[in-house]
Design a protein around this ligand. Sequence first.
Ligand SMILES: Cc1cc2nc3c(=O)[nH]c(=O)nc-3n(C[C@H](O)[C@H](O)[C@H](O)COP(=O)(O)OP(=O)(O)OC[C@H]3O[C@@H](n4cnc5c(N)ncnc54)[C@H](O)[C@@H]3O)c2cc1C
Length: 416
Amino acid sequence: MRVMIIGGGIGGLCLAHGLRGAGIDVGVYERTRARTDWLQGYRIHINPDGCRALHRCLPARGWAAFDSTAGDAGGGFGFYDRRLRRLALLEPEMLTPAADDPVGRHRSVSRMRLREVLLDGLGEALHEGREFVRYEHTEDGRLRAHFADGGTAVGDLLVGADGANSRVRQQYLPELRRFDTGVVAIAGRYPLTAESEARLPVELTSGAASILTPRSDSLFAATWRGGPRTGVGKAGSVDTGDYVLWGYSAARSAFPPDLHDLDGEALRALVSERIDGWADALRILVTGADLASVNALALKSMPTLRPWPSTTVTLIGDAIHNMTPMAGIGANTALRDAAVLTRALTDAGPDDVLAAVTAYEEQMRGYANRAIAQSLRNARQAASDARLPRLAFGTTLKIAQAVPPLKRALFAGLGS
Ligand SMILES: Cc1cc2nc3c(=O)[nH]c(=O)nc-3n(C[C@H](O)[C@H](O)[C@H](O)COP(=O)(O)OP(=O)(O)OC[C@H]3O[C@@H](n4cnc5c(N)ncnc54)[C@H](O)[C@@H]3O)c2cc1C
């Protein structure tokens, strides 16, 4: 059996390791030779599911490299009002229920370092500079992939791991399209040095903070520390030291129509204007962002996935369940797909690829639909103009903070 994976991103590369580890012949076809998009400069949160999937798929050396490069995603999660008055704080212990599990815990890792770890050891299985265009079924029941350079490759299973705008999905499930949630997020990075850190209160420099407002907008901040600084990585983009990531979200109608033409400076000024009158520290956070890191993102999402008949073409990661970044679980779900598909193909054996794909897709739709729903709920809440639920949520948080058992009950399962 030969598996062709289209796309060498987080999900595709993890799957390639898993399959190679199981002795399955695999080829990964990635269109770029170096990733340089703005996201590469950011760190990513890998939750216990994502860590377990990496542990299952990576060879021992790859796992050790990941483990040593990943920082602790520690710190609590605080809810505040616009004046930065605390409504509730979820302590780190509440968010890390599996603290004694050396594998399944929360970590933060630079995307660039994660990519380097995932690229390592794939050898000839990795084909860079190969842009997938389309596939066809061959007369002997196999699949042929066509690439932009005119070349082709043949295999028994084709896995689309080619991200949110997946060409594999466009050909295979053309009716399945992402929709615009109507929510826009502007995000930036506030670099942390001894001097810049001194300008912010501890609420904004440890863990994560969600700023709730009675209006139809919100601000999120998360501190990313730890993990070695790698300077300029092999992929060519600049890796960063410690920083606070902030993201301001509101309905699209709250922004000017030319939002996506604005540069970092104009976007930063726009957010600063929108949070006029909020706590000074929040304005310092926004105006202190590194201009090159400020970007606007129209949040899109897949609808709920309905079953389709399984074949020898399948999809993993953003290609099938792209979701808003508001739950921080897109990559974790892609990694989980890689582990579940590896297990299904290993259990079914080479003669029953279809049974393996069916088992994978059934399981994947369950957890992917839950993840899509959660990230959509978060995105809509962040920009909702329903004043009453916002006030009610704020009040609930304050009460929960005063009654610890209620707080535990309210947020049970949040960190798992
Ligand atoms: C601002 C932001 C923050 C986020 N933070 C988090 C977080 O903290 N935790 C988390 O779990 N998730 C996070 N996510 C989501 C996460 O980035 C994605 O879910 C994840 O990258 C998906 O992985 P993937 O392998 O499916 O796709 P990708 O990583 O997008 O990889 C797809 C690959 O396919 C290649 N490709 C595309 N088309 C072709 C083609 N035609 N031929 C060949 N190759 C092709 C691309 O070059 C790319 O390498 C965040 C997303 C955003 C936008």
